[in-house]
Design a protein around this ligand. Structure first.
Ligand code: KG4
Ligand code: ZN
Length: 339
């Protein structure tokens, strides 16, 4: 095994947990390249088809890794370690990344580092120029997870609250699907909401503590649409902007209510957001409003680091490398990887 050198660290990060095949080279904590191949075939099925996803990862992974190395002008021999998403995610998709990473690490005789996908979304903040100090509170909102996390150090975080059913991204995607929008509906709702007014008050869940629930909200949207479409078959088409603004407003209100509660209870006023839904313009501006109102220090990642990417996996691997946390060839893909 290559000698561990903490001076000049090159990490190859690999992400393949869902429908993005991504590879990145991180040098001493800085991004040299970040290449992502997004799969588009799922759109016509209204969601990610696991079997299709894993086949496409298999087609793309070697090409994407080579492109990341070439763009960074780094050779495989210079790599210090390979970091890969070990979970959570789709089993078939994770297996492609983990198997590829293990084989390459074995061939190069360098360490392999398994990364938790949700840790990585949070650590994406350390790819930014402006970085939060510890401890901070992170609201992580993606297509698969919704969590409030207390981040104490790079490799020390604990979940304070999470969703008991759908994730925030799913709430966007599924209500969008009800209105006939293609997958993923989140970014489309975001765009249409800008042109509408949040005139419709859908019912919001009342969960105790810091946990979230979006299923009641989703049902409320469904019943509302069914009733209106019965009266006017073109209702959705004519009111799409207001519907999007109202759905977005409702989801944001449920997220910020719990975030405010956590900040008030913990007294930690450093607040970050992470995950695909943190790209949402409505959420970003509402958080900016809350931050200036309540004197929070707010951290919002660049759009490129909100959705799935390998740079966040590479930087997570870098911090594990510095702390001496490694895996070995026994590393397995774990769809239900515990936080
Ligand atoms: O983090 P991510 O890229 O993948 C997962 O780990 O799940 O998140 C994808 C989710 C999808 O549900 C997508 O609709 C949502 O993020 N999303 C958005 C926006 N951009 C992506 N939701 C609302 N507004 C957006 N601008
Ligand atoms: Zn993600």
């Amino acid at each position: 095994m290559k000698v561990i050198n903490k001076e000049n660290i090159y990490i190859l990060g690999i992400e393949s947990s869902c429908d993005d095949t991504s590879a990145s080279i991180i040098h001493n904590g800085k991004v040299l390249s970040n290449i992502t191949e997004t799969q588009v075939d799922h759109e016509k099925y209204g969601g990610v088809v696991p079997e299709l996803a894993s086949r496409q990862h298999n087609t793309h992974i070697a090409v994407v890794v080579k492109e990341a190395l070439d763009k960074a002008n780094v050779t495989t021999n210079e790599l210090s370690a390979i970091a890969v998403t070990a979970g959570p995610g789709l089993m078939g998709s994770l297996l492609v990344g983990v198997s590829f990473a293990k084989s390459l690490a074995f061939g190069l005789q360098i360490p392999i580092i398994g990364v938790h996908h949700m840790h990585a979304h949070i650590l994406a903040h350390f790819l930014q120029e402006r970085q939060p100090e510890f401890p901070f509170i992170c609201l992580t909102v993606s297509g698969g997870h919704t969590q409030l996390v207390k981040v104490k150090a790079y490799n020390d975080m604990s979940v304070l609250g999470s969703t008991i059913d759908d994730a925030a991204g799913e709430a966007f995607d599924k209500t969008g699907k009800m209105m006939g929008l293609p997958y993923p509906a989140g970014p489309i709702i975001d765009r249409m909401a800008e042109k509408g007014k949040p005139a419709i008050a859908f019912s919001k869940s009342k969960m105790d503590g810091y946990d979230f629930s979006f299923s009641g909200f989703k049902t409320s949207v469904l019943y509302y649409l069914q009733a209106e479409v019965k009266k006017d078959p073109n209702y959705i088409e004519h009111n799409i902007n207001d519907l999007c603004a109202s759905i977005q407003h409702g989801i944001i209100a449920m997220l910020t209510e719990k975030l405010i509660k956590v900040v008030n209870d913990t007294g930690i006023k450093r607040v970050a957001i992470a995950g695909g839904v943190s790209a949402n313009k409505g959420l970003r501006s509402e958080l900016q409003r809350l931050a200036s109102l309540n004197d929070w220090e707010l951290f919002i990642p660049d759009f490129q680091y909100c959705t799935d990417n390998a740079a966040m996996i590479g930087i997570s691997g870098y911090f594990k490398y510095l702390d001496g946390i490694f895996d070995d060839q026994q590393l397995v893909a774990n769809p239900r990887f515990q936080f």
